[in-house]
Write a protein that binds this ligand. Structure first.
Ligand code: SAM
Ligand code: SF4
Ligand code: FES
Length: 346
């Protein structure tokens, strides 16, 4: 048998690979279909056919950071900035419940307008609706993370972006890799479900460092791992860069599923942005979560991380129906639960 097919078999059975073996698989051009099928089998065995939907509220595009890849970076003067009021955010969550969502993800730039008091007000009011809350609002202090948790937040998403320290610090000027890791550790110690992930195809990123990313996710035992291709934005310093590849993103995702069978893995918006069937392909290659956008009106367009973002002209209601049909069309079902990770392996 081809050596890499054996590696896929080993990963499927033992959920373990050495760094060199991961690198082999990432470099391989021939066994991709086998890799995706194996990830799909492991997904089915460990997390089943249900797809968890998380309604995404993009509540502010104001950011004090300057990440080189992101359209929301503070130096970008070409984007009209907005922020929703706490009551508008609560209202969107109420609508999400009406659409049948069991989780909302509150995402924004790092916007200091949202003080601990304001966030506590938002979180406690949304919690009264009996849904799970995921926050994705960047780097905060231990005390801040603690206050949100006590108010009722369940999960927190903060991507490591890349485990190549130098690349991380080049890509996120003024931010430190150690701080990023500190945040992930703090969140875990406070009892959050911790979500992280990486960008695939950053300028100067190596295959070896992608393998390190995968091993990092396993090492910290992440509960959710979201990744997608880097998509160049013309309003950023990386405008002329090449951008990430769909297949490579899918391979990283599939290997993560093989090595971490019971974790939650979203089929990300960025995947669908560079491949028109990207989320469905991802759901058939290891993913079990989708995060449809429930932001309303022009704000969808203004939350402009990268060009070509899907669903910017659609309504939350339409997206809910659209994704449900797509999920059913591949023989999967939409989960009725809040979709917490269920540990099935050590
Ligand atoms: N500000 C918070 C943070 O950075 O953690 C949350 C919002 S941020 C916009 C969410 C994610 O968007 C980032 O973790 C990054 O991976 C992704 N992102 C930003 N710019 C991107 C781009 N050009 N292509 C693909 N993903 C991008
Ligand atoms: Fe801000 Fe997040 Fe974009 Fe960085 S990735 S500029 S922290 S919104
Ligand atoms: Fe938004 Fe399909 S999910 S249009």
């Amino acid at each position: 048998m081809n050596k890499n097919l054996e590696l896929i078999k080993k990963a499927e059975n033992k959920h373990d690979l050495y760094r060199d073996e991961i690198i082999e698989l990432l470099k391989d051009g021939y066994c991709n279909e086998e890799l995706f099928k194996a990830a799909d089998r492991v997904r089915k065995e460990y997390v089943g056919d249900e797809v968890h939907l998380r309604g995404l509220i993009e509540f502010s595009n104001i950011c004090k950071r300057n990440c080189m890849y992101c359209g929301l970076r503070r130096s970008n003067k070409n984007v009209k900035r907005y922020r929703l009021t706490p009551d508008e955010i609560i209202d969107l969550a109420k609508k999400a419940v009406g659409y049948g969502y069991k989780t909302v993800v509150m995402q924004s730039g790092e916007d200091e307008y949202y003080t601990v008091e304001k966030l506590k007000y938002i979180i406690t009011n949304i919690k009264k609706m009996d849904i799970a809350i995921t926050l994705s609002i960047g780097e905060k202090t231990m005390e801040e993370y603690k206050a949100y948790k006590e108010a009722g937040a369940d999960r927190y998403l903060i991507r490591i972006e890349t485990t190549d320290k130098k690349l991380y610090e080049d890509m996120d000027p003024g931010m430190s890799y150690e701080d990023r890791k500190r945040c992930l550790k703090a969140l875990g110690s406070l009892g959050y479900e911790v979500g992280t992930g990486c960008l695939v195809g950053l300028p100067g990123q190596s295959i070896e460092s992608l393998a390190d990313d995968i091993l990092f996710f396993k090492e910290i035992g992440a509960d959710m791992i979201g990744l997608g291709p880097f998509i160049p934005n013309e309003d950023t310093p990386l405008a002329k860069e090449k951008g990430g590849d769909f297949n490579m993103s899918l391979k990283v995702m599939a290997i993560i599923r093989l090595l971490m069978p019971d974790t939650n893995i979203p089929a990300t918006t960025a995947m669908e942005t560079i491949n028109k069937n990207g989320r469905i392909i991802a759901l058939q290659s290891g993913a079990n979560v989708v995060m449809p956008n429930i932001t309303e009106g022009e704000y969808r367009k203004l939350y402009a991380l990268y060009p070509g973002k899907i669903c910017t002209g659609d309504t939350p209601d339409h997206c809910r129906g659209c994704i449900t049909e797509k999920i059913k069309s591949i023989g999967r079902t939409v989960s009725e639960s809040k979709g917490f990770r269920i540990h099935r392996c050590s």
